[in-house]
Design a protein around this ligand. Structure first.
Ligand code: IPM
Ligand code: MG
Length: 368
């Protein structure tokens, strides 16, 4: 009897549905190759869900996710819904509640610039002769995003608005453990990013980082203030291995990292909750780091690689199908080596094979 996993498919808006379609073809291929099956339950999210029933995260979608071993997410948002009140917009109204509801506290965002794609990076190529490979570990359910009090009121005759950046020791500890564990599996170097010269929550963050480091004597720990980290990332990205930081800093730094890596269309991400009972697998949500790219949606030109690599992360962290995950990652690397390029990573060189969304997936499938 073959293994069966349940996944929730939330394609969303913009390029979401078209890259999702291609990533599911890749999933089909590894299922037959590695002898497992998935039960897929498709659900509406974001603008598509607003158009259908008025809410970006319907109860039916939450139920589909609850019944699954992991969520494969496309992307949400677009100009059509931009003028709705912020809390009901596709991004905020779907992503933040999903993270909170499922306790997805650890956001892993790889920032990889392959040696063959350094031309696509805005960083001067002489600074990154061999590309780079950084993993950003962002705390995702705490800090100023969710801290209370949060609000807006009248004080002394004028409007004030406020947010609270607050962290519990336990919240810092658990994300630091995720980051140290990730560093152990990579280059054993961890940079903890904070603003301990100004913020009380950062002073605690740094104390906890130093304590947790004692459990991982092989990992070299360095601390950087967030402003300095932002500079060093674009000056010497290849000197970083793993970076760990709180929610808002991670939001900003992970976008910087994605930008310097050259193509948002290449980067997957994972948002992990607690480990499933009695196993090393996490419940998680997997999505491309880039957005819904409404400007190129529906044209068949979006790079499907971020969504395809998100499937690989889902297989590795939530489904326990590490061999299938590795096969997908190898197949993607080979397609790039063979010269296949969607518009976002093409230079126009004669050796390149310029392809659209479906052809890129075909090139990857051919390697499986
Ligand atoms: C991200 C996004 C979200 C965030 C927004 C859309 C709420 O920017 O996933 O990085 O700020 O976390
Ligand atoms: Mg962001």
């Amino acid at each position: 009897m073959s293994r069966t996993h349940r996944i929730a498919i939330l394609a969303g808006d913009g390029i979401g549905p078209e890259v999702m379609t291609e990533s599911l073809r890749v999933l089909d291929a590894v299922e037959s190759k590695f002898g497992f099956a998935t039960e897929r339950s498709e659900a509406l999210v974001g603008g598509a869900a607003i158009d259908d029933g008025g809410h970006p995260l319907p109860d039916a979608t939450i139920s589909a996710c609850e019944a699954s071993d992991g969520i494969l997410f496309g992307s949400v948002g677009g100009p059509k819904w931009e003028n709705l009140p912020p809390d009901t917009q596709p991004e905020r109204g779907a992503l933040l509640p999903l993270r909170k509801h499922f306790g997805l506290f650890a956001n892993l965002r790889p920032g990889v610039c392959l040696p063959s794609l350094t031309h696509a990076s805005p960083v001067k190529n002489e600074l990154i002769p061999n590309g780079f490979d950084v993993l950003c570990v962002r705390e995702l359910t705490g800090g100023v995003y969710f801290g209370s009090p949060k609000g807006r009121e009248e004080r002394d005759g004028e409007t004030v608005a406020f947010d609270t950046m607050i962290y519990k020791r336990s919240e810092i500890e658990r994300i630091l453990h995720v980051a140290f564990t990730a560093a152990m599996g990579r280059g054993k170097r961890l940079v903890s990013v904070d603003k301990a010269n100004v913020l009380a929550s950062s002073v605690l963050w740094r104390e906890v980082a130093i304590e947790v480091a004692k459990d991982y004597p092989e990992v070299e720990l360095e601390h950087l203030y967030v402003d300095n980290a932002a500079m060093q990332l674009c000056r010497r990205p290849d000197s970083f291995d793993v970076l760990v930081t709180e929610n808002l800093f991670g939001d900003i730094l992970s976008d910087e990292m994605a930008m310097i890596s050259g193509s948002l269309g290449m980067l997957p991400s994972a948002s992990l909750g607690s480990k499933k009972e009695g196993s090393d697998l996490y419940f998680g949500m997997y999505e491309p780091s880039g957005g819904s790219a409404p400007d190129i949606a529906g044209q068949g030109i979006a790079n499907p690689i971020a969504q395809i690599l998100s499937v690989a992360m889902l297989l590795r962290f939530s489904l326990g199908e590490a061999d299938a995950a590795q096969a997908i990652e190898d197949a993607v690397a080979k397609a790039i080596d063979d010269g296949y390029r969607t518009g976002d990573i093409a230079t126009g060189a004669a050796s390149e094979k310029k392809v659209g969304t479906k052809e890129m997936a075909d090139a990857i499938l051919a390697n499986l």
